[in-house]
Design a protein around this ligand. Structure first.
Ligand code: NAD
Length: 346
């Protein structure tokens, strides 16, 4: 018996998860799918021989669905995760858990109130499963670089996510760097500030690229460049500077071209080829942990809340001339769920 997975949202990410599940993941099958778009729903149901459910609630309640992947629009995540918690079904929600810290806190508390040994909610911060980040983290843990002083991160998307605004660039895109910064440096982010170029002909409500500064409790300073509509090609980079040396992410292998008296390197059109292996590892670990009834090493609702609180401080700085803003830490009603370590990742 393999786990029956239900997928909500069959756009770019949901379709990608469905293909990965169907072709690379052992111990799970796609039991049901749903999307607001009935053609997408019917197409995916036929392709994966799964039930096409009319709504997210129907899919979550479906008895053949043991666990749920949410890849709908950011604004729909909170209600769908809430429904999964109510039904006691493990859920892998794409990032962000919800666009606001308040919603993340509500979901986090709702799950914590159940007092479960193993959390139901996992969040798709899949960079934690990307080998270059994992190697960087190991290097930082080894202490070879000495005390860590700076972290530089670059995140350039070729196209903006539908409905992108200046603030959703933070809650939807920069949220990856916010999560990976605290994860890499193993220190919570305590202060954030936000900056953007001011070109004379830019629309006043459009701020891209953005430059975000994050300071950790240990004192390390991180700079994050986030761009959307960067037509040149998808690009992610990370470099850590310590007192004794530095470590940086090697760029993924790519076709190197020589033609027309020029040498060039072909960049990925979007994030999927760059992170394909990370998605696979994330999904396999999630499936294995559910099947073995053990804690997962994916990001938790607590991690998603941490990231959302930092994003909240970034947005406050955006609306206050870039002033450095402390990250709010609300009193949490219940202790954090115990998590495994990422060394368990396959
Ligand atoms: N982890 C990552 O690297 C990564 C990368 C891209 C996107 N994402 C996240 O994945 C999610 C989906 O992004 P995308 O790029 O696939 O967007 P998309 O617009 O391509 O697809 C979203 C799909 O969800 C459907 N949908 C929206 N609301 C729904 C609802 N209430 N019920 C059922 N279906 C609904 C839409 O009809 C659409 O087909 C977003 O939350 C995004 O932030 C994560």
């Amino acid at each position: 018996m393999t786990l029956g997975i239900g997928i909500i949202g069959l756009g770019v990410m949901g379709a990608d998860h469905a293909e990965t599940l169907a072709s690379c993941i052992s111990g799970a099958h796609i039991a049901a799918v749903t999307d607001l778009d009935s053609e997408r729903r019917a197409g995916a149901a036929e392709r994966h021989r799964a039930r096409g459910q009319a709504t997210a609630d129907d899919l979550i309640a479906d008895p053949t669905v043991d666990a749920v992947i949410i890849a709908s629009h950011d604004s729909a995540h909170a209600a769908q995760v809430e429904q999964c918690i109510r039904q006691g079904k493990p859920v892998l929600c794409e990032k962000p858990l919800a666009p606001s810290a308040e919603e993340c806190l509500r979901l986090r508390d709702m799950e914590a109130d159940l007092g479960l040994e193993r959390p139901l909610v996992s969040v798709g911060f899949m960079r934690r499963f990307h080998e270059p980040y994992r190697q960087l983290r190991e290097t930082l843990r080894s202490g070879d670089l000495g005390r860590l002083v700076l972290l530089h991160e670059v995140h350039r998307n070729v196209r903006a996510y539908p409905g992108t605004s200046a603030s959703s660039i933070v809650t939807n895109s920069a949220i990856h760097e916010i999560d990976i910064t605290a994860w890499l440096l193993d220190s919570p982010i305590v202060e954030a500030s936000w900056h953007a170029p001011r070109l004379p002909d830019s629309p006043s409500d459009w701020h891209a690229p953005q430059l975000i500064h994050l300071r950790t409790a240990a004192g390390t300073l991180a700079s994050v460049e986030v761009s959307v509509d960067y037509r040149a090609g998808y690009y992610v980079h990370c470099e850590v500077v310590g007192e004794n040396g530095s470590a940086r992410m090697a760029q993924p292998p790519a076709a190197h071209l020589t033609s027309n008296l020029k040498e060039s390197t072909r960049l990925a059109p979007d994030w999927r080829p760059v992170f394909a292996d990370a998605y696979r590892r994330e999904l396999q670990e999630w499936t294995d942990s559910i099947a073995a009834d053990r804690s997962t090493t994916l990001a938790s609702a607590d991690d998603a809340l941490d990231a959302a609180l930092v994003a909240e401080a970034v947005l406050a700085s955006m609306n206050n001339e870039g002033v450095p803003t402390p990250v709010r830490r609300p009193e949490l009603a219940n202790t954090r769920a115990t998590k495994g370590t990422n060394s368990d990742v396959k």
